[in-house]
Ligand binder design. Structure first.
Ligand code: HEM
Length: 354
């Protein structure tokens, strides 16, 4: 039943709707790689002279692949409103959050199987994973869970340290994303700025501290997300958890790609060409296209997630809920603008000053 009221007809209807959606997120996540394959088939058809239908098909497939997994957030939000969830509800809610993170999961899995020497096993592995999760939800216990006493103090400390590590990450990301915006001028401008920034963030003292901060964010975020997905949550809290779950996979995938795949395995420079999958680029390669939704949503979620944290800090300092929520909405719009601009630069958009 919904959190706020005693069980009325509307509450029972809401519960039914929430439970009806149990399987939506894992089914969409299962289809995700096939949508990107569909995009690539259309792209190849365009290069072979395919007409307007191929263009429309390619655009539509890509748009659906970007937007559809976000529906996991709706499912997770609805399930987060249940006051007496069962083990099946909790599992379905966690799987729905995982479904939002399908883009970095696909990239991470692709790289891991590449490193294992089985580059074509990623799609099969993920198909099996999502199918297994669907089966697990269908067999999970449907009786309401008894509430366990929560260790609030431990969670409060974790949240505080998560915030401190996030401050380090935010400072780095301000420079990191500004650097990527120079991609709008070109690869040379991007590299020139990166060379200057590297003097700081690649220095022997700062780089380990930076990586440790990101890994701590992943670990503490996973711990808090696991605990929070047992408790009721409103839409904003669900959005914050979804962003956090996305970032767990995005950060692991990104750090592995930059520090191990590029620097150690391929022994190449992690420059603009590496980021955009040169020479083919993001849009013109069956593998690279998975980077587009992943980068776009990573930039969006990391900024939006930070604004969710800022809203929490503002509320704790007695700023009115209205003002704090307005700041969050502004932050979400800002995240979307930055994410779209960076991805357009990565896809080839350039500005010229002459
Ligand atoms: C459009 C999205 C992104 C692109 C294209 C991108 C690209 C890159 C590249 C090329 C590097 C290597 C930098 C170098 O060689 O000096 C790098 C490093 C890094 N990125 Fe990103 N990044 C993106 C988003 C993110 C996000 C969302 C995060 C965090 C949530 C992040 C965290 C990091 C970290 C921690 C490093 C390692 C820094 C180091 O010690 O070298 N990046 N990224």
């Amino acid at each position: 039943m919904s959190v706020s009221s005693s069980p009325g007809l509307n509450d029972l209807m809401e519960d039914r709707i929430a439970r009806r959606d149990w399987y939506v997120a894992p089914i969409i996540a299962l289809l995700y790689p096939y949508l990107l394959m569909g995009y690539d088939t259309m792209r190849v058809s365009i290069t072979q002279g395919g007409g307007v239908l191929s263009w429309l098909g390619a655009g539509l497939m890509l748009l659906i692949a970007i937007v559809l997994p976000l529906s996991g957030l709706l499912t997770a939000t609805r399930l987060g409103r249940l006051a007496n969830p069962s083990a099946a509800d909790v599992l379905a809610r966690r799987v729905a959050f995982l479904g939002v993170a399908v883009a970095p999961m696909f990239t991470l899995t692709g790289v891991v199987f590449l490193l294992l020497g089985k580059p074509t096993w990623d799609v099969g592995f993920l198909t099996f994973l999502w199918a297994a999760l669907i089966v697990m939800i269908s067999f999970a216990d449907r009786t309401p869970l008894s509430r366990q006493p929560e260790r609030q103090q431990c969670h409060a400390n974790m949240r505080r340290w998560h915030g401190v590590a996030a401050l380090v990450a935010v400072v780095y990301l301000c420079f990191h994303f500004s650097n990527h915006l120079f991609g709008l001028i070109g690869a040379d401008a991007h590299m020139a700025v990166m060379k200057v920034l590297r003097v700081v963030y690649r220095s022997p003292l700062i780089e380990p501290a930076l990586i440790a901060s990101f890994l701590f964010l992943v670990g503490s975020g996973a711990y808090m997300a696991w605990r929070m997905t047992r408790r009721p949550a409103d839409a904003i809290r669900s959005f914050q958890i979804a962003g956090g779950v996305f970032l767990i996979f995005a950060v692991i995938s990104h750090i592995n790609a930059v520090l191990y795949l590029a620097r150690v395995y391929f022994n190449i420079d992690t420059d603009w060409g590496f980021a955009v999958g040169a020479p083919a680029g993001l849009l013109h390669d069956a593998w690279n296209i998975r980077l587009l939704p992943y980068y776009l949503l990573a930039v969006f979620f990391v900024i939006a997630h930070a604004f969710c944290g800022l809203r929490g800090v503002m509320l704790a300092h007695r700023v009115s809920e209205r003002t704090a929520t307005r700041v969050l909405v502004g932050g979400i719009v800002f995240s979307a603008v930055v994410a779209v601009t960076i991805i357009l630069a990565m896809a080839g958009l350039r500005i010229h000053f002459v």
